[in-house]
Design a protein around this ligand. Structure first.
Ligand SMILES: [Zn+2]
Ligand SMILES: [Zn+2]
Length: 326
């Protein structure tokens, strides 16, 4: 591998995050912070989309899967339609920031406003992450929530455009668990804006089809490598790495998964997701739709996957024992 390519693989993730956050800082100091943030977001998004073409992790994921329009529609609905309609902006956490700032209702306060802003943002990211982690983990472990989250996992390729493919119910659940604690504690608007910005850029990076190396960053942030494991068809690999921005709670609660091998390219779910945006929105609400989402035998499938994995591990160990020393 050419040294320039190796360097690009190492630098890409921090460079894109740095670009997005520097642009956000400029936007937040301007007269129209939310609107300018949207321009920064769309610019970074476009550059990342271009980089995917030049340096893909999986070339097959560059192929059209027929879901692009649905991906964009779900993104707009869940993260921005209310703000787009009101002409104010695009990212849902930012709407929350404005709504929460306008109301003092139920605030218990105690937020350490005296700390430097970067420290307040780190604290807010950790508090928000606790809600994000549990919302995501519960969505995988309870079928009543999985029927909404399955839409996100139904994709068979990962790329920047399907980052925001979430059922609106799934998103509202996640936003509620992560943003309400910050509101109750009395976090200021700037903190909400920064949590929104970090989540937006780490988000598009987790889904990007870019051939990056993240090395030690995998122990702190939710990186493309960790998120590729999370999308694995193999549930033993997929029911892991629930962190949205940070992987702190995966490490604390034992769901961190980062083996010393390449993540597989086989991603998706065993059930079937409806075709078309409105059908996808409606599917989790009908019995027939739920059955389609869950697939024919989800529990049996899960058990078969684990059995196959254990068998593979046993075979590997047996091979090591049987291999004579040279
Ligand atoms: Zn998930
Ligand atoms: Zn994902």
């Amino acid at each position: 591998m050419a040294p320039i390519h190796t360097l690009a693989r190492w630098l890409a993730w921090p460079a894109f995050l740095g670009l997005g956050l520097t642009g956000s800082a400029l936007a937040f100091q301007s007269q129209s912070p939310v609107l300018n943030f949207v321009f920064v977001y769309l610019g970074t998004f476009a550059l990342l989309g271009l980089a995917e073409r030049l340096m893909p992790f999986e070339p097959a994921w560059l192929e059209n899967d027929g879901e692009t329009a649905n991906d964009i529609a779900h993104t707009l609905l869940t993260k921005g339609v209310v703000e787009v309609l009101s002409g104010l902006g695009v990212v849902f956490p930012m709407l929350a920031a404005k709504v929460f700032a306008a109301s003092q209702f139920l605030r218990i306060g105690g937020w350490p406003v005296h700390l430097p802003l970067p420290l307040q943002v780190v604290l807010a990211l950790i508090i928000a992450e606790f809600g994000l982690y549990w919302a995501h983990r519960l969505a995988h472990e309870h079928l009543n929530l999985w029927r909404f989250h399955a839409l996100h996992h139904s994709v068979e390729r990962l790329w920047v455009v399907n980052t925001g493919r979430f059922h609106v119910v799934d998103s509202v659940f996640k936003i509620t668990l992560s943003q309400v604690p910050l509101y109750l504690l009395g976090a200021p608007v700037e903190v909400f804006l920064w949590v929104g910005a970090v989540t937006a850029f780490i988000g598009i990076l987790t889904h990007c089809n870019l051939d990056v190396v993240t090395g030690p960053l995998d122990y702190i942030f939710s990186t493309p490598r960790l998120h590729r494991w999370h999308h694995s068809l193999n549930l033993r690999e997929g029911n892991s790495n629930y962190g949205e921005n940070l992987v702190l709670f995966d490490q604390i609660f034992g769901t961190y998964f980062n083996p010393d091998r390449e993540p597989g390219r086989h991603i998706g779910i065993t059930g079937k997701i409806a075709k078309g945006f409105l059908a996808q929105l409606a599917q989790p609400f009908s019995r027939k739709g739920q059955r389609q989402i869950l697939g024919s035998k989800p529990k049996a499938y899960y058990e078969a996957q684990i059995a196959a994995e254990l068998e593979r591990e046993r075979a590997e160990k047996a091979k090591i024992v049987l291999t004579p020393k040279s």
